[in-house]
Design a protein around this ligand. Structure first.
Ligand code: NAD
Length: 342
């Protein structure tokens, strides 16, 4: 299969590209990424000399370029990872989320429709379903009720993708996954942020009471589900992906402290994220039953491996945390940490 993967220089996209190249050496992967702050060619270093991996620096909103790539490389499927992906940034400024996540997805859908014969897999998130109370789990039939600018943009993209399926007959599959962790994750996200701060003995800023519950999954298990949905999923269907691994944020932080040889005294409870969703949990029975998918990574093992990966890749982490990241961190946590210390 000839694939066009968008956002393949980011955290999950690069894991997916590496997985596909390992699994199906005959497949061509055209990797389109504009390289925002979150895109990093270092994540693809092992594919540097791979003739079946073609990297193209471009924006998913450049419809003509996308169409040219689909035609030129006889693309059979598009897997759309490209997105602005961080809730906190969407609170600081929502417009890029509308532009890339909605406008960019629409541009890809139009290009796929114009060429024809292309499967479109939209990589989405549990956050489109909103927030849960103490019990229950999101099913594919749960109504969309996004509550952050990020999740609103992802929900809108999902709706456009399904609209193209119903209106234009485009072959669309959507996967919606819970929170990912693993190697190469940009350290604005909870787990790598805490790991890297802990390595330096810096305070670990935990939003509010830290009892927000997330359903953690290893990135490789997520990519396996996407690959199965891509090759075996039914057109017009949504598949939830989650590893039945719910944890309050503060417990994840404590586990990281234990793995890095610290006690809990580094934790600082800082003012909460506005509108912070309280609990996510995924019912992934459909993916298990219809795609034969099973998560392989136990959380304790996966987290220990992830801590070890960040320990062994200090140069990578040092480079991505320099410059713009420092400004972002200061903007997001500087004042919060100062208030927590008072
Ligand atoms: N991280 C999670 O826990 C999680 C969970 C479920 C779903 N998702 C979804 O998975 C996808 C990937 O998430 P991630 O965590 O790897 O994100 P990421 O921020 O690490 O990577 C996003 C990538 O998209 C690229 N990109 C951004 N705008 C672009 C544009 N206009 N044109 C081309 N490329 C562009 C960036 O350069 C970057 O390489 C996103 O769609 C996200 O919504 C993420």
């Amino acid at each position: 299969m000839n694939l066009l993967v968008t956002g393949g220089a980011g955290f999950i996209g690069s894991a997916f590209v590496r997985m596909v190249r390992r699994r199906r050496p005959a497949d061509l992967v055209v990797n389109l990424d504009v390289l925002t702050y979150a895109g990093n060619l270092e994540n693809l270093r092992e594919l540097e000399h791979d003739p079946k991996h073609v990297f193209v620096r471009a924006d998913i909103r450049e419809r003509a370029t996308v169409e040219q790539l689909i035609r030129g490389h006889r693309i059979e499927a598009i897997v759309n990872f490209a997105a602005e992906s961080h809730v906190d940034r969407s609170i600081q400024s929502a417009a890029p989320f509308l532009d890339t996540n909605v406008g960019g997805t629409l541009s890809l859908l139009e290009a796929a429709q114009a060429v024809g014969g292309v499967r479109f897999l939209q990589v989405s998130t549990d956050e489109v379903y909103g927030s849960l109370g103490a019990t229950g789990a999101f099913e594919e039939t749960t109504p969309l009720a996004p509550r952050s600018p990020y999740s609103a943009s992802k929900a809108a993209a999902d709706c456009f993708a399904m609209a193209f399926h119903h209106t234009h007959g485009l072959d669309v599959v959507i996967t919606r996954c819970s929170n990912n962790y693993g190697p190469y994750q940009f350290p604005e996200k909870l787990i790598p942020l805490m790991i890297l701060n802990a390595f330096e003995g810096l305070p670990l800023p935990v939003y509010g009471d830290g009892l927000q519950v997330r359903d953690w999954i290893h990135v490789d298990d997520h990519c396996d589900a996407i690959d199965r949905a891509l090759t075996g999923g039914k057109s017009g269907e949504v598949y939830n992906v989650g590893a039945e691994n719910e944890r309050p944020n503060v417990d994840v932080v404590k586990a990281i402290l234990a793995l890095t040889g610290h006690d809990d005294s580094l934790i600082r409870h800082v003012p909460d994220r506005p509108g912070h969703d309280r609990r996510y949990a995924m019912d992934a029975r459909k993916a298990r039953e219809q795609l034969g998918w099973r998560p392989q990574r136990d959380f304790a093992q996966g987290l220990a491996e992830t801590v070890a990966w960040y320990r062994g890749n200090g140069a990578w982490a040092g480079r991505v945390r320099s410059g713009a990241y420092r400004d972002y961190y200061e903007r997001q946590y500087g004042d919060r940490l100062a208030r927590a210390a008072r």
